[in-house]
Write a protein that binds this ligand. Structure first.
Ligand code: SF4
Length: 379
């Protein structure tokens, strides 16, 4: 297949579904790691086409959702300073910190700008030498390489009024944390194809072997996802636990060696907190010693900001697949995309936002505090 719409072909989708229905003899629970996959599943109703016993658990692979509240608060503090130009991708501007968001900082006079590449932020630093330009670097192995490259460029060009506020995370330690959780129900993973485009597949066989869990590298279009599910079901029914690449048109086993070298040069692996989940050992990156002077957290001395998560929001349980979004009592009542309580409702990749966008008419919200509302339980 050559064109994107071919990956939404209903005839091919039916063939894949027929195979899944004919193969599945047991109930199985599998986790799609990436928020982009979650949106595709809910948007196209793929989960509703599967055999009754096949459950898709929505994983923690939404970069905005897993960025800790205290990192958002650090961004807000830095962005509020008069000499700072704070640059970010647009999806971070509405993410609520403990008291406000970046839009509020902007409306109060802060110089907050949406950019489309970290290199745009570096260019701003170059043309505004009297300002401190900060780029908000969040996300997984997909967004980390361009941010690493920007810091590398800043050092090479001697641009010292540029810094990066870093909150990068890595998928394999999260898989390990999910599988060692006492509440874990995951029996197979649909790994995030774009992460593997950068990192390749070498990190996954030890996880598949240790936890006897199939890991299928999967893309994002409906046929990609159905093919990933089909392969996972075949493995589960056969009792196999292998790493398979169902996204060969994009993912090479070795990934992108240039990007990996850049990551290894600019970053070092550290323990990192994930919003709603907590600390996961070795699950993140920070700037390595050679580039530490470009660390915004150090330059602006915001390392002491510590914030408690909302007690109402259950996004941590959503991100671990322990509940579905509509099982949170705030879903659709106290918490909507217009007034989000948690990052999984803000982000376009968040599971709560996906359910709100595509399922809220089918899934009545649970009653908020003081409300009575009929609740339909769905799987
Ligand atoms: S519906 Fe809102 S409050 Fe509930 S888990 Fe999702 S983001 Fe948090």
């Amino acid at each position: 297949m050559k064109y994107l719409d071919e990956f939404q072909d209903p005839e091919l989708a039916k063939r894949l579904l027929d195979d899944i229905h004919a193969t599945a003899t047991h109930p199985w629970a599998m986790m799609e790691v990436c928020g982009g996959q979650t949106h595709s599943i809910i948007r196209h109703g793929l989960d509703q086409l599967l055999p009754d016993g096949i459950e898709l658990i929505h994983g923690p692979g939404c970069p905005v959702c897993v960025t800790p509240l205290e990192v958002i608060d650090k961004a807000l503090e830095i962005a509020s300073r008069p000499d700072v130009v704070f640059c970010s991708f647009g999806d971070m501007l509405r993410v609520p910190g403990s008291e406000k968001d970046l839009f509020r900082v902007k409306s109060a006079g802060g110089d907050v700008r949406v950019v489309y590449s970290p290199l745009d932020a570096l260019q701003l630093a170059r043309t505004n030498p009297d300002k401190q330009v900060v780029f908000f670097g969040i996300g997984f192995e997909t967004t980390a390489p361009p941010n690493a490259m920007t810091v590398y460029q800043a050092k090479k060009l001697g641009i010292d009024n540029f810094t990066l506020l870093v909150s990068h995370v890595r998928v394999p330690p999260a898989i390990e944390a999910i599988m060692t959780s006492p509440d874990c129900r995951v029996q197979a993973f649909l790994a995030a194809g774009h992460v593997c485009t950068v990192m390749g597949t070498a990190e996954y066989p030890p996880l598949a072997e240790r936890f006897h869990v199939p890991i299928v590298v999967t893309g994002f279009e409906p046929l990609d996802i159905l093919e990933g599910i089909r392969r996972a079901v075949h493995q589960l029914e056969d009792g196999r636990a292998e790493v398979e690449n169902a996204y060969r048109r994009v993912v090479l086993p070795e990934g992108n060696p240039v990007a990996i070298r850049m990551l290894e040069d600019v970053f070092e692996v550290v323990d990192r907190s994930w919003r709603g989940i907590g600390m996961i050992p070795q699950s993140g990156w920070r700037l390595s010693d050679a580039y530490r002077e470009y660390d915004a957290e150090r330059r602006f001395e915001v390392g002491d900001i510590h914030t408690q998560e909302s007690t109402v929001c259950r996004s941590g349980e959503v991100l671990q697949g322990l509940i579905k979004p509509h099982e949170c009592s705030a879903f659709g009542t106290l918490c909507t995309p217009r007034n989000p309580l948690g990052a999984t409702m803000v982000s376009s990749e968040g599971a709560c936002a996906a359910y709100y966008l595509y399922r809220r008419m089918q899934v009545p919200a649970q009653p908020g505090p003081g409300e009575t509302r009929e609740v339909t339980s769905v799987g």
